[in-house]
Design a protein. Structure first.
Length: 164
């Protein structure tokens, strides 16, 4: 079972972790790639949150999936051989902060949903446009070659489903 920045958007972590483990047979490998709470991509939900509708009751922040202790608590004794670790990827896909913003506005479900919820309020859409481009501008370690260069840290957590 592999989740790359997917399960982390499930609002009820215990239920989501239970489903991940339910669909795995004993010995299967579970791999989770999430976002860390304090790094660039992990802070994006905080940028979008003031514009978003309230989360469902009992929802937990997606960034918690980036905390190995949280994932360990969700898994409990249902996994063995845990190997939490961190990796960094240099993201050089975007030419400008606005291109970065547009990508997430058009393709990333949680951000797309927020924009859709603001469709009747052009002032808030414009404010979100500015706020969402800002972090890309601030975190660019650019080379001056016409592309943004941002380092994104991701926790990579692997474990094996315990015998039943």
């Amino acid at each position: 079972m592999l989740s790359c920045v997917g399960v982390m958007v499930a609002p009820h972590h215990e239920a989501a972790a239970g489903e991940l483990l339910r669909v795995c047979r004993p010995g299967d490998t579970i791999g989770l790639l999430s976002r860390t709470p304090g790094e660039f991509a992990g802070r994006m939900p905080a940028t979008v949150k003031p514009y978003a509708p309230p989360p469902p009751p009992g929802a937990r922040p997606p960034s918690l999936w980036g905390d190995p202790e949280h994932v360990r608590a969700l898994s409990g004794d249902r996994v063995t051989g845990e190997t939490p670790g961190y990796r960094t990827v240099a993201v050089e896909r975007f030419a400008t902060p606005e291109e970065f913003r547009d990508h997430f506005e058009q393709r990333y479900g949680p951000v797309l949903g927020v924009y859709e919820s603001l469709a009747d309020d052009p002032g808030r859409v414009a404010a979100l446009d500015t706020d969402l481009a800002g972090p890309a501008r601030r975190h660019d370690r650019g080379t001056g070659e016409g592309r943004l260069v941002m380092d994104w840290e991701y926790p990579l957590y692997t474990a094996h489903r315990s015998p039943a």
